[in-house]
Design a protein around this ligand. Structure first.
Ligand code: HEC
Length: 361
């Protein structure tokens, strides 16, 4: 019996030597006292072979990115900070945790409050979990001005390893969940001036935000230009819920006025932007979201609806409104978002329906 218990310990070092190479670290590996993992994912019963990290090489294993000070225990490094925007991207039902590491002594350049610029060296992670287990951890690392290394690390079923996954996995671990290919990252992330989508003033000012949010960033003097006002979404809770969802799922990535935003040419702008003081428009009607969708004819013509009878938002009439229609489809033709998702975000579609139903025609 004793031999059986020894076998895994013998096997794992052999596996580790062929994959887990790499990287630039923000803190020494196995640095001891960490802040602890803040999520509830089961660690699994696997032992975790140490990654064989090579300095100065782009990481091929999560254990080499600097997220953990102790890979075997999954202890998050003490200088890596958790955060969550108040509204997040739907990821086909996955739970998520997020972290950021900003090089010591540097600040985020927030001169343009809608387009933050991050110091070289910044790293961000987004861990996604299904059924209580980590499935992938996405990683962004600003290697040089204008140059973001990006990849995602796919977790093994026993949670013992998380090697880089370049080509993605359409049905990760047999689940209806797609790990995106690295070539897909830019399709959404290029919509931001500096590649980062959810670490921004509006989402980090929302009351549901947590960790290193706008208030904490300001207190810690990590942003170069504090905002005089804290962005507050306008309108009643129905308006706030719809505007927040559209901002974080459609606006920050593709539907915005940025030079490289994938859906910029549609003229449908769903990103909430602040003025120089940091204030959002005082009413929902003054937001870009409203101005570019309310009673604006849609170029889409679903079956059963006459051409010319479909709007981006038809006030009071959900069945003639393209925004909830595309959000509730997953046929890869007119679905929104158009990539990396295969399950409808039912709760948020209901928020859109309630918002439009309450509008006066
Ligand atoms: C369908 C659009 C989409 C694709 C494809 C996508 N992302 Fe993102 N990603 C987002 C959005 C929107 C956010 C911000 C909201 C959130 O964190 O939930 C985000 C957040 C992140 C974050 C946290 C930092 C940030 O930018 O807010 C990381 C890290 C990340 N993504 C990495 C990746 C990597 C790596 C890939 C490719 C393997 C990828 N993403 C593909 C839309 C996308």
């Amino acid at each position: 019996m004793a031999l059986l218990f020894l076998l895994p310990a013998l096997a794992f070092p052999a596996l580790a030597s062929c994959g887990d190479l790499i990287i630039p670290s923000n803190s020494a590996p196995d640095g001891g006292a960490g802040s602890g993992d803040d999520d509830s994912a089961a660690a699994g019963d696997a032992s975790r072979p140490p990654p064989n990290c090579e300095a100065g090489v782009e990481p091929v294993a999560l254990g080499c990115t600097g997220l953990y000070s102790n890979w075997a225990a999954l202890t998050v490094a003490p200088d890596v900070q958790p955060y969550a925007p108040g509204a997040t991207m739907w990821a086909d039902g996955a739970d998520a945790s997020r972290w950021i590491w900003i090089p010591a002594g540097s600040t985020i350049d927030t001169t343009d409050p809608n387009n933050w610029q991050f110091p070289v060296g910044t790293k961000l992670w987004q861990e996604l979990r299904l059924l209580g287990k980590r499935i992938e951890t996405r990683f962004l690392w600003k290697e040089a001005p204008g140059l973001w290394f990006r990849t995602t690390f796919a977790w093994s079923d026993d949670q013992s390893a998380a090697p880089a996954s370049t080509l993605g996995l359409p049905n990760a671990r047999g689940l209806p969940y797609e790990i995106p290919a690295v070539s897909a990252c830019e399709k959404c992330h290029d919509g931001a001036a500096d590649f980062v989508l959810g670490f921004e003033a509006v989402g980090l000012a929302m009351p549901q935000s947590s960790g290193l949010n706008l208030q904490a960033l300001t207190q810690a003097r990590l942003i170069s230009k504090p905002l005089a006002a804290s962005p507050t979404l306008p309108g009643d809770p129905t308006n706030v819920a719809a505007l927040a969802f559209l901002h974080s799922n459609c606006g920050t990535s593709c539907h915005n006025r940025g030079a490289n935003a994938g859906a910029g040419q549609t003229g449908l702008f769903l990103k909430l932007t602040v003025d120089a003081q940091g204030a959002l428009p005082a009413t929902p009607q003054q937001t870009d979201t409203w101005i570019t969708s309310y009673k604006v004819p849609s170029t889409l013509t679903p079956y059963g609806v006459d051409a010319g009878g479909f709007w981006r938002i038809a006030p009071g009439d959900v069945s003639h409104s393209a925004i909830p229609w595309t959000a509730s489809r997953r046929d890869s033709v007119v679905q929104m978002p158009p990539l990396a998702t295969h399950l409808v975000d039912q709760n948020d579609v209901l928020k859109l329906d309630a918002w439009i139903a309450a509008m006066t025609p």
